[in-house]
Design a protein around this ligand. Sequence first.
Ligand code: ATP
Ligand code: MG
Ligand code: MG
Length: 369
Amino acid sequence: GAWIGIVGGGQLGRMSAVAAARLGYKVHILSDSTPSPASETSAKLTVGSYDDLTCLEGFARSCDVITFEFENISAAGLKHLAQFCPVHPSGHILETSQDRIAEKTMLQSHGLPVAPWREITGPEGLKDLPSFGFPCILKTTRFGYDGKGQFRLADEAAFQDILTKADQLPYPLVAEQQINFAREISVMVVRGTDGTVRCFDVAENHHRDGILRVSIAPALVMPDLAERAQALATQLAEKLELVGIMGVELFEEQNGQLLVNEIAPRPHNSGHWTMNACLVDQFEMHIRAVTGLPLPPARRHSDAYMHNLIGPDDMALLPEILREENASVHLYGKEEARPGRKMGHVNRIFPRGGMPGSMVLTHYKPALD
Ligand code: ATP
Ligand code: MG
Ligand code: MG
């Protein structure tokens, strides 16, 4: 079989590798650390720096196509890989998603709405933040994940507090208006080499401490809102000439307007529910897309409630969860259950239409708060 190279050794690489193996491909993982979740599920492993050009060349020469489970490889590294092997999604999309300023600018250039934002280049700009308004969120421009590198400024007092540390902040920063959203939702959109676009059903997402905790599919939204979200994701996939899968994170405002929070051109945690609620899940769709295989409709046969297993507290619940009759457990093979670390997830699956919102609210929602 052909070789698929995956840059990154995390759980997204692990689950992509399993999907690739199912389709008869061999997987070569490039990871900067070992052991990693993906090293256990791949045929070949290279451990090296994502910036080491010799290492990247050796990796790329051994692959027939390369993809990513991880977005933070340098632009130079990307260009180097692409000299020796096709790379999907393209380096251009990856570079845009690495940088919140480039990302927001791109979204706005395509007419897509984002939360009001402002670039803050240094301490002087920070001093001027009251003219932008509160509450707002300061975010690092690059390398943020799971809400890391974010400071919430509720009011003038919180702002005065951060001003005392103005010289130590990692500029440039992005200030975003804190949106009092009705809901957070996301769409997984996939586009093939022939231009076929498929969207999975919209998921509703709940975060705790900046980390995704629960995704519910389908999202309990008005049908027209789900359609608008999918149309927006489709438009974006086409404009970007995406090849592969991409997560589009959205806020639904109180008035029903949609804002794009960010994009992730790779499989996404809020798409893990597809592993048990769809015949072809997000990982298989991604592998099919980057290898030029046909993309079937992203059909959902069941309702799903995905719950991340985060840190030691959630892992302690595992014996109970394993007793449940409609729970499918996916573990990432990480040894140490540190607080805040994603160790796995559980998909609770119900017949289509069998997961009323009231059940979610009464049975599971309290566990979120
Ligand atoms: P990840 O890449 O893991 O999704 P991240 O570190 O890139 O996370 P964001 O997605 O920007 O961070 O933010 C994390 C969460 O914080 C969001 O899912 C949302 O719940 C909240 N959040 C972010 N920006 C805003 C905003 N402008 N208004 C309200 N809430 C926000
Ligand atoms: Mg992000
Ligand atoms: Mg996010």
